[in-house]
Design a binder for this molecule. Sequence first.
Ligand code: BTN
Length: 271
Amino acid sequence: MAGMTLTPLNATAITDSLSESAAAMFTVEVHDSVGSTNDVVREHEVASALQGVAVLAEEQTQGRGRRGRRWHSPAGVNLYLSVGWRFHGPVEGLSGLSLAIGAMLAEAIARNYDVDLALKWPNDLYYDDRKLGGVLIELLGEQNGMIPVVAGIGLNVSMPVDDADAIQRPWTDLSTALGVPVDRNLLAARLINQLAVGLMNIAGGELASWLHRWRKRDFLYGRQVLVDGSPTVAGIAAGIDQNGALLVSTETGESVIAGGEASLLEIGETG
Ligand code: BTN
């Protein structure tokens, strides 16, 4: 299934499958090749046109991951999607947003494709102990009490096996997880539909409920982890707090970690 030829992305096909509320919230744009879809959304913002956009590209030449990593983004085989919108809720509601978005994606995939993904703190999507996708949130400067947010979503759909060496960590893709080919236009529409509902929920103060849903898919829970940062923390992952910070039980007590990279010691991941 990996690396098979897929139907091209098409903005009309995606828009036709959007719910009424998602179509009202997001204008869909499809590009052939861009540096990073997150940057395309930022450019909309610079032009003050960010009403709510969902930007997809067949290929990214400068795909970014969290913590300065690159995101391997070959043409025509995966999903590179960035949504931009203005967050109306209180700034405190933004902490935990990236975890909530991970939970939204996992739920949309579970409901529509009958496959359960795990969430590795903060927002990696995992299947079978391998990374299938990730989220990169970028906040732009506050404007009149509203905060423009860019949420970049990378999902491996049908990654060519030849690309294995280009990715440093254990990975998988959605068509492998499902055992059937995936229509990326329908997948994109389903994710955007879920994001429209979930982001409205959060703006309405329902972050806690999304963090609760995140906890049901906690990949690290109860496992031995090493979290880099200063200082590095080693211990047993013990869930997340009400802001989405990682809790780690250590020999000297519980650590609350707001940002960083957690590695699972058991499977030898080095981060
Ligand atoms: C991570 O797990 O490190 C986050 C990966 C995020 C990748 C997506 S692909 C679409 C958007 N554009 C980017 O350059 N990055 C995000």
